[in-house]
Design a protein around this ligand. Structure first.
Ligand code: GLU
Length: 297
């Protein structure tokens, strides 16, 4: 049974980029007759705000992107992450790390390799890193085909828990995808470098490895990822079907003139029913595009 998910970080409202991730994962899950789950990635309390969680849920509902089951809220799951970290500790797959940001910067932006040789204990207050066996150097993406780590360099021994005490994204993401029984992960291509490490972590924990599909990124005028950090504007929900049409078009889906010419004559449900029925993952483009260059027809 297919189980997919959308996992926003509530550090701001949904914007066009996060909408394409929500819609892409929704259309794929529904087109497979599967479940679509929602996970609120609010583990980093320095970035997340409850009011953005409320807003994200409201926007998704207004757009007809209705999730199955109760959303998983990461800030409520610390005990669970602690247990998984303990499992990794007991298998010798972690080490403590006191490297500061400035030290890593001095080392050319890379975590110094000799840190793992020091084998510091994972005591409170230390960062904790994954002692990555490094077996995962490639995977096949459903949209992009075979991908090699050589083309997407990432820190092999990534953080599982930060020095400030927060569990890190890669740990909680892998743990929650497993807990929710996610079979396929459809998300933005910016997470391709993390995927190699996440597969390695799945293997270390004996989890089944989900399938991955990496969506094109929506870019702002200056070519950077459309994101909250770049102050991407929130969604204008006054014409919800027009917005959905724009996001689906960005994802390479095509619509007949009756729909593209007058999207607001459809309800969000009618539009989504059509989009699910005709969803073609093979038409999703590999290359990222500027939002300003999308036309709806
Ligand atoms: N929370 C991440 C984001 O908002 C997505 C993580 C994921 O899909 O694995 O970009």
């Amino acid at each position: 049974m297919y189980r997919g998910r959308f996992a926003p970080t509530p550090s701001g409202p949904l914007h066009f980029g996060s909408l394409t991730a929500a819609l892409g994962s929704f259309l794929r899950a529904r087109s497979q007759g599967g479940s679509w789950l929602l996970r609120i990635e609010d583990i980093d309390e320095t970035r997340s705000r409850p009011e953005y969680t409320d807003l994200i849920l409201k926007d998704l509902e207004a757009l007809g992107l209705i999730w199955d089951e109760a959303p998983l809220i990461q800030s409520q799951r610390r005990e669970f992450y602690r247990d998984i970290l303990d499992t990794l500790n007991s298998r010798g797959l972690t080490y403590g790390c006191n490297c500061t940001r400035s030290l890593i910067k001095l080392n050319g932006g890379h975590h110094p390799e000799d840190c793992r040789l020091r084998n510091l204990p994972c005591h409170e207050g230390a960062g904790i890193r994954f002692r990555n066996p490094g077996n995962v150097t490639s995977f096949t993406d459903l949209i992009r085909g075979p991908l090699s780590l050589n083309d997407y360099p990432a820190e092999p021994d990534f953080l599982l828990k930060r020095r400030d005490g927060f569990f890190a994204y890669n740990l909680v993401s892998v743990a929650d995808d497993r807990a929710s029984g996610i079979t396929e992960i459809v998300r933005g291509a910016d997470l391709i470098p993390d995927t190699f490490g996440q597969i390695g972590l799945c293997q270390a924990l004996g989890y089944p490895v989900p399938a991955y599909a990496s969506l094109p990124l929506a870019l702002s005028e200056n070519g950077s990822k459309y994101s909250k950090q770049n102050h991407a504007p929130g969604l204008d929900l006054s014409s919800p079907v027009t917005l959905l049409l724009k996001a689906a078009t960005f994802l390479g889906q095509t619509f007949p003139p009756e729909i593209s010419g007058d999207p607001e004559s459809l309800t969000v449900t009618e539009f989504l029913d059509y989009a699910v029925k005709h969803f073609a993952i093979n038409s999703v483009p590999r290359s990222s595009r500027m939002v300003s260059q999308i036309s709806e027809s």
